[in-house]
Structures are given as C-alpha cells and as structure tokens.
Design a protein around this ligand. Structure first.
Ligand code: DGL
Length: 282
C-alpha cells in the first residue's frame, strides 16, 4: 500500500447533527470501527432542524459540509434524520467524497424486521412530513404500511437531560398510544435523539414491538462504504493523539457535559465556531 493511501485512510470522518443527537451515531461508529478518527459538528446554535423548512435545513447542511471539508475529512455522515431527509440529495451533488445519511440504513433494517408489514416511524415534523422513510421502505416492499408520528417534544426533553423522568413517560404515552392502536410490530427511532430515551419508548410499546435504531445500521453501512472505497483506517491512533474532535455553533460547555454522558470516551474539549462563515459565497 502506498504512503498516500495510508495517509488518506488515516484522515477523519466528518459527522454532523443539529445538536447532540448525532452522538448516538458517533457512539456506534466508535463501537464498530474503533480505529476511525472523527470530527463532529453539532449545530447547537440553530437546533432544532425538525421544525424548519427544507431550504433552511439544506442551507445549514451545506455550510456544515463545507466546514467539515476544511478539516480534511475522507467521508461525511449526516447523523441527523431531518438533514438526511431534506438535504442529502443536494449535498451529494456538491461533494466529491463518500457521504451517508441515517434514513436509508434505518429503512432497510425495518423492512427486513417487520413480520406483519406494519411499521411505525417516530421522528421530527420535518422527517415525517418529507415521508422519506415511507418512500424508501416502499421501494423495498410496496405492501408495507408505514405509519408516521411526529414527536416534537422528545428533542427538548432529551436536550434537557430528562432521559428517565415522569414527564418524559407522560409525553411518550400520549405520542405512542396512537401507534399501539395501529398494531405495528416494528418502530423506527427516526430521530437521532430518540435512542437516548429508548428504554421509555420500549416500556410503552412492549416487547412485541421491535425498536430499530438507525444509528447502528448507519455505522455498519459506513464501515461497508469505507471498505468498498479502500478508506478504512487500519492504523490505531498513536498515544496522546487527539482522535475525536468536537465543534459546535454555541454552548460548548453544555455540549461537552452532555457528550461525556453519552460517550464513554472522555471529551477533552468542544470548540465553538462561526458556522455562518461557511456559507456559499465563501
Ligand atoms: N437530530 C435531529 C433528527 O435526527 C432532531 C433534532 C432537531 O430537530 O434538530 O432529526
């Protein structure tokens, strides 16, 4: 193998989300491909994306990808369902490195999991309105019935750290009772924040409903993609090397505290940057 190829393999993967939710994808990447270096961007100043328009989410996503490219990343993971639903196609057009979103991998595993052909999707308003999960699932099997439910209060509950709390139980009960009545046997956690309240959701849905976490499948898909492109990092990081770097658009300290509770790895720092600087004219 040439030195150039090894050097390229040793460059980081760029991962982004509107805030902290994408850390559930980072967690899976670290578990499944531990040699990989990661540059993470959380758009904490402009979260949530879930209630914003397609144009706005696409504009934000393009700025972030431009920033990640300045960090010399070899591939990009859109670790946000809303950005994957609204912006992935657009970003793909202007990027010359491999890119993967979270929706397609999640849709695929849900279609493989269901036995009765009734799949529920819980996500932000943006993701539900885009009908992206239904579109992908129906491409795999047009007979599957996909029932979407927007759960807008889940994101602020997670951001406030109310992961196990009576308030979260109460709100989850209201959102999910509709899906229980529809007899689904598979439920996609279609927002990267939701795996953090998986136990609450699982308790309400019961053991006969399989919960699909697209983060797991995305990390698997990323591994396959890197293998295909000969980009997998075969080298372990050197001692003291800064393997994971975190950037946000606001509230670095709060982000750091949250990130340390999600990832086992101790986060040394999170840096605030002005993401608006990476708009199209730049
Ligand atoms: N991370 C976003 C997603 O997966 C949810 C948070 C937001 O609305 O920005 O859709």
């Amino acid at each position: 193998m040439t030195d150039d190829r090894e050097q390229l393999q040793n460059t980081p993967i760029g991962v982004f989300d509107s805030g902290v939710g994408g850390l559930t994808v980072v967690r899976e990447i670290i578990r499944q491909i531990p040699n990989e270096k990661i540059v993470y961007f959380g758009d904490t100043a402009r979260v949530p994306y879930g209630s914003k328009s397609k144009d706005t989410v696409t504009k934000y996503s393009k700025q972030i990808v431009r920033f990640l490219k300045t960090q010399n990343v070899k591939a990009v993971v859109v670790a946000c369902n809303t950005a994957s639903a609204y912006a992935l196609d657009e970003i793909e057009k202007e990027i010359d490195i491999p890119i993967i979103g979270v929706v397609k991998p999640g849709a695929k595993v849900a279609a493989e999991t269901t036995r009765n052909g009734k799949i529920g999707v819980i996500a932000t308003e943006g993701t539900i309105n885009s009908q992206i999960y239904s579109t992908y699932i129906k491409k795999i099997n047009e007979n599957i019935n996909v029932i979407g439910k927007a759960c807008p209060l889940f994101v602020p509950l997670v951001e406030e750290g109310l992961l196990v709390d009576p308030v979260t139980d109460e709100i989850a009960m209201r959102y999910l009772s509709e899906l229980i009545d529809r007899d689904i046997d598979t439920l996609i956690l279609g927002c990267t924040h939701y795996p953090l309240i998986r136990s609450t959701i699982g308790k309400i849905m019961g053991e006969n409903v399989a919960l699909v976490n697209p983060a797991y499948e995305t990390a698997r898909g990323l591994k396959e993609l890197l293998e295909r492109e000969d980009l997998l990092n075969k080298k372990e990081a050197g001692l003291g090397e800064n393997k994971y770097r975190f950037f946000v658009s606001d509230g670095a300290e709060k982000f750091k505290r949250f990130a340390n509770s999600v990832l086992k790895y101790g986060i040394l720092s999170a840096k605030t940057i002005n993401i608006e600087e990476y708009s199209v004219k730049k």
